[in-house]
Write a protein that binds this ligand. Structure first.
Ligand SMILES: Nc1nc2c(ncn2[C@@H]2O[C@H](COP(=O)(O)OP(=O)(O)O)[C@@H](O)[C@H]2O)c(=O)[nH]1
Ligand SMILES: [Mg+2]
Length: 357
């Protein structure tokens, strides 16, 4: 048996080191938060029964590329066949002449705004042969908003997840400060699980100190268990989660940190509207979780179409809770309403009234 100790700023980073060095079969013997040179970090002791095989090192780079392409080419061919068959089945059924001229214009407009084919097909089914039905009547059931206000979001833990750079830390700080402004006596804690020494951690710490909010770090599952135990002293705890590395899914990450199934937690997925369709599909797989409760859209000021907001609402069934439209800390995020989203989609109007070119 080979035993080795790994240290890293976070549990995720330490586990990644274990995987890279000892492989998938490594057994974790301990996982603790320790202090190293005055900084908190995670120490994992792992062991493996055998020496990892080095057969892969005999492969040349060309072998590896060939092997990967062989696999993916077959898979991609199959997928694109399925996709084109589905589209071929659907397309002829979308007969635009079964819509009124007004409905047709609305559908064509939404297509230009990057509303995807699945959503357009649903709208078409709701409108066809009903020339008097308004586009809004068909759209209404597809998208809901639950404004990010204290009365709507009552769980003790409000966690922010999503890809790196999406605007999680920024939105979290802005929304926490809004809670504080609207209800000054609320006992708020800002907790970071995003990298022991990362920039997000410093931002959160800075604003917590500046605004008299409590601050906690979550480096291992022990830290979260501890925070959970002391959670009675806070009314709300905002948790900043990291962008997840590699193939790690949100569910796996939550299991690792003991947050999986935490009943008193609402999780908000932070996204930008200008990712590609393929990227959205990937994020959808990576971040899907029973614990997700809403989507927060950020960087609206940098987007030129907003179809993604509707696409995501239809695919996930999640309400939109906040809309962010600027890098500055003040006046750049609003608790979402359905009207705001429709203005965004149909008039390219941001929640502050600015119109996107
Ligand atoms: N233009 C614009 N920039 C934003 C917005 N929200 C966040 N940012 C910027 O995006 C960058 C990444 O944000 P951050 O909160 O650190 O992302 P995280 O990695 O998801 O935590 C920062 O420079 C933010 O100032 C927004 O709504 N509009
Ligand atoms: Mg961050």
């Amino acid at each position: 048996m080979r035993m080795k100790t790994f240290r890293a700023a976070t549990t995720t980073a330490a586990f990644a080191k274990v995987k890279a060095d000892l492989g998938e079969d490594a057994v974790i013997l301990s996982n603790e938060t320790i202090t190293d040179n005055g900084c908190k970090c995670c120490e994992v002791v792992a062991a493996i029964d055998h020496t990892p095989s080095s057969s892969s090192s005999k492969q040349t780079r060309d072998d590896v590329v060939d092997e990967a392409l062989q696999d993916s080419a077959g898979w991609q061919r199959e997928w694109s066949q399925i996709k084109s068959q589905i589209m071929a089945l659907m397309k002829p059924q979308i007969e635009l002449n079964r819509l009124s001229p007004k409905q047709k214009i609305a559908l064509e407009y939404l297509e230009r705004e990057d509303v995807n084919e699945k959503v357009l097909a649903r709208l078409y089914c709701a409108l066809r042969d009903e020339p008097k039905r308004s586009i809004m009547a068909a759209l209404d059931p597809l998208l809901k908003a639950t404004p990010f206000e204290q009365k709507h979001w009552t769980a003790k833990f409000q966690a922010f997840t999503g890809p790196g750079g999406a605007g999680k830390t920024t939105s979290l700080v802005r929304l926490a400060l809004q809670f504080k402004k609207n209800h000054p006596r609320t006992r708020i804690c800002l907790a970071t699980a995003d990298g022991g020494r990362g920039k997000g951690r410093l931002v959160l710490k800075h604003y917590a100190e500046l605004s008299g909010l409590a601050f906690r770090e979550i480096i291992t599952r022990e830290d979260f268990a501890l925070l959970h135990k002391e959670s009675d002293q806070f009314d709300v705890i905002f948790v900043d989660l990291p962008g997840l590395p590699g193939n790690t899914t949100l569910e796996e990450w939550l299991q690792l940190y003991g947050m999986h199934g935490c009943r008193d937690m609402s999780m908000h997925l932070v996204l930008n509207p200008y990712y590609s369709e393929a990227q959205f599909e990937r994020f959808f797989e990576k971040y899907k979780s029973e614990q997700l409760a809403s989507v927060i859209w950020t960087k609206l000021d940098e987007a030129c179409t907003f179809g993604a907001v509707l696409n995501m609402a239809c695919a996930s069934g999640l309400p939109v809770s906040a809309l962010s439209y600027g890098a500055s800390l003040k006046n750049s995020i609003k608790a979402a309403s359905e009207e705001m989203v429709w203005r965004l989609l149909f008039m390219r109007t941001l929640p502050n009234g600015d119109i996107q070119p």
